[in-house]
Design a protein around this ligand. Structure first.
Ligand SMILES: Nc1ncnc2c1ncn2[C@@H]1O[C@H](COP(=O)(O)OP(=O)(O)OP(=O)(O)O)[C@@H](O)[C@H]1O
Ligand SMILES: [Mg+2]
Length: 357
């Protein structure tokens, strides 16, 4: 299996890094240092090379060092023996991508440097609002499927237009019939998005159940897609049947922007009943499932960005994660204390001490 790896990162005016240059090992990298020294920020910069977006979903303007107008992230990425110089420059209202010195569309970045992240905020994937789970689905699927990213982008444009028409209908400026042409367009773009989410979650469900069985053999985990529209032929009638409500709301009430997925633990929705530790386990197996899925679909082991996760996991869960880390491929782990990591990790990893310099 091919691995993807980041050998060097150069930052300019990114978060607390006014200027930084750092080299990484192709295997395990440990970022260690006190609270507030920039470990998570560095992971965020690394993750930015996957999608030209923050994996924390923070807006670009917040990623600039305070008082600065722009930021720049440059990474040297290896895919087997292929070397890619990725250079992303953010300025207000503009993002420039260069790959090996050539200007490229942001879409061309997708899939070049695959990352799977796992951090404290991921617990919200179980208990948090549906919008977070949709962001997760979109981030992951955009990385591995450019067609999905294109559909999503086109869908949101149509959605904005349809919502604008609904508002105009509500204000009595245009007849209700003006919504009709947008329905078919919306559905045509919505269906491939929902179908892709369905197949992704179906496979994740199988893989996550497999991993969970290692942690707790008697427990049963399911990960179920909950689309807001039926995937079959009825979706147009479902959409049109609620036109009155939509006009009143001034917004489209059905479609991928209302989707969700649900974790079930022993037949019950985990968001209501799972303990803190069970939630952590659910997220862990979801992330492990993702790593396997990416490897299956693209034949590439993604780079893992693990933010402060070890101290929260018990021995059994640590072991499962360790197994994955012992496989080929690059990983980054942050911690405040080396002592909170299993010794075999500390022995194997390249240690980067924070703060820099
Ligand atoms: N846009 C920004 N410009 C400058 N500094 C920032 C910016 N955003 C965040 N910071 C600062 O960066 C510092 C480091 O944050 P970060 O979250 O990376 O620390 P950390 O090492 O992960 O800490 P912890 O161990 O507590 O998780 C924080 O003190 C924060 O105030
Ligand atoms: Mg942190």
């Amino acid at each position: 299996m091919q691995a993807v790896f980041l050998s060097e990162l150069v930052l300019k005016d990114f978060r607390n890094f006014r200027e930084a240059q750092v080299s990484f090992a192709p295997g395990l990298n440990i970022l260690v240092g006190p609270n507030g020294t920039g470990k998570t920020n560095l992971l965020e910069a690394i993750g930015y090379l996957s999608l030209a977006r923050s994996f924390r979903y923070h807006p670009d303007r917040e990623l600039r060092s305070w008082g600065c107008e722009e930021f720049r992230i440059q990474g040297t990425v290896w895919r087997g023996s292929q070397k890619l110089q990725v250079d992303i420059l953010y300025r207000p209202g503009q993002k420039e991508l260069m790959i090996n010195g050539n200007r490229q569309r942001l879409l061309d970045l997708l899939g070049l440097f695959l990352t799977v992240t796992f951090g404290p905020d991921d617990l919200y994937l179980v208990k948090g609002p549906p919008a977070l789970r949709r962001k997760f689905l979109d981030r992951e699927l955009c990385q591995i499927d450019r067609a999905y990213a294109q559909h999503l982008w086109a869908y949101h444009r149509v959605l904005l237009q349809r919502n604008a028409i609904l508002k105009q209908v509500a204000a009595g400026k245009v007849p209700v019939g003006d919504v009709d042409p947008w329905n078919v367009q919306l559905i045509t773009l919505a269906l491939p998005i929902m179908e892709r989410r369905r197949s992704f979650l179906e496979r994740l469900n199988t893989l996550a159940s497999y991993f969970y069985a290692h942690l707790a053999p008697k427990q049963n985990v399911r990960l179920i897609y909950s689309p807001s529209l039926p995937l079959g032929e009825d979706c147009l009638s479902k959409l049109t049947s609620s036109l009155e409500k939509e006009v009143a709301a001034g917004a489209t009430l059905w479609g991928p922007q209302r989707d969700d997925f649900v974790f079930y633990l022993n037949g019950r929705p985990a968001r209501h009943s799972a303990s803190q530790g069970e939630q952590r386990s659910l997220v862990l197996v979801l992330k492990l499932a993702e790593v396997v899925y990416f490897s299956e679909v693209l034949g590439i082991r993604p780079c893992l960005l693990l933010d402060d996760v070890f101290s929260e996991l018990d021995k059994k869960r640590q072991e499962l994660l360790l197994k994955l880390l012992s496989e080929e491929g690059q990983s980054f782990i942050t911690t405040t204390e080396l002592a909170s990591l299993p010794q075999e990790i500390v022995n194997k990893g390249k240690i980067l001490a924070f703060p820099f310099r």
